[in-house]
Design a binder for this molecule. Structure first.
Ligand code: DHB
Ligand code: FE
Length: 283
């Protein structure tokens, strides 16, 4: 990833991610949660924190530093970045216990609904001369009985060849490398795009400072994000990675799964082609 004057800052990405999250919540009405459930979940979380403090003999200095850091995280709008990198993968594991078909992965903070609808054979919206290795991503959507799912939507978004997401990095046009591809009568699709670069958590904000202070690295392997949905089917939120990709074995967000790794084949003209079929659960 190169750094330019227009590079997104942690504060910029954090603020945009927080705004996108708030907008997505407006579609939900708060479900009533019983006091029993709140007490049980929050009680366990607090017990985990108490255990860590006792086991690590956390000092007052460290406690106050943690408080300051949490204040900074909120003020920087970085809660979505922090939670999606360090916590969401476990929530997804629990959701996956009851999901058949294609494996899921985390949504992350950079999904934006309402992107351009595209036919089954389509190129994602891109800048003129969009940099990066051309990638053709093709396959079929079927249900768990093996029937093709016509008219399924592949809501796809990914970073560019520098690891930046449109809608969050100010130098990228809205909708760049995002689209909703609709499968044909046989459930098939063929999407032309460019291969994304690995993604680096913004290093100049509180999440980046924590990663640095802990001596961790801030990288996620290159990935495509997808939500695959169809009427009468349970939607699947997932990500696809690239065989041999850097950081595949040490994703900071712990969101990779062996079933979600593509094996692109070079076509002889510099284009990579990858086939992947999705399986949706009815109901
Ligand atoms: C984050 C970014 C991603 O692109 C992703 O897929 C998951 C998490 C993040 O910065 O929190
Ligand atoms: Fe991502």
């Amino acid at each position: 990833m190169t750094s330019t004057d227009q590079s997104p800052t942690a504060r910029g990405s954090g603020t945009s991610a927080t705004q996108a999250f708030r907008a997505s919540r407006q579609e939900h009405t708060a479900a009533a949660v019983s006091a029993e459930r709140v007490s049980s979940v929050v009680g366990r979380i607090l017990a985990g924190v108490h255990d860590a403090i006792r086991a690590e003999k956390v000092t007052y200095d460290e406690f106050q530093a943690a408080k300051q850091w949490l204040i900074d995280l909120g003020e920087g709008g970085e809660w979505p970045l922090f939670l999606d990198v360090f916590v969401e993968h476990v929530v997804e594991d629990v959701a996956a216990e009851t999901q058949q078909g294609t494996k899921g992965s985390i949504l992350g903070p950079y999904y934006l609904p309402g992107q351009r609808k595209l036919p089954s054979v389509a190129s994602l919206p891109a800048r003129p001369g969009e940099q990066g290795t051309p990638l053709v991503f093709a396959g079929q959507v079927r249900d768990t009985d093996g029937n093709p799912v016509a008219g399924a939507e592949l809501d796809i978004w990914h970073a560019d060849s520098e690891g930046y997401y449109s809608g969050f990095a100010p130098h990228l046009p809205d909708g760049n490398l995002r689209g909703v591809v609709v499968t044909d009568g046989q459930g098939r699709f063929e999407i032309s795009t460019v291969q994304p670069a690995p993604y680096q958590i913004p290093t100049d904000g509180p999440t980046g400072r924590l990663i640095d202070a802990a001596g961790w690295h801030p990288w996620r392997p290159a990935h495509l994000h997808l939500i695959v949905r169809a009427p009468g089917c349970r939607p699947i939120t997932t990500q696809l990675y690239f065989e041999g990709g850097e950081w595949l074995d040490s994703d900071i967000a712990q969101a990779t799964k062996p079933e979600l790794v593509l094996t692109p084949v070079e076509q002889g003209d510099g284009t990579l082609r990858s086939e992947y079929d999705f399986v949706l659960e009815r109901g």
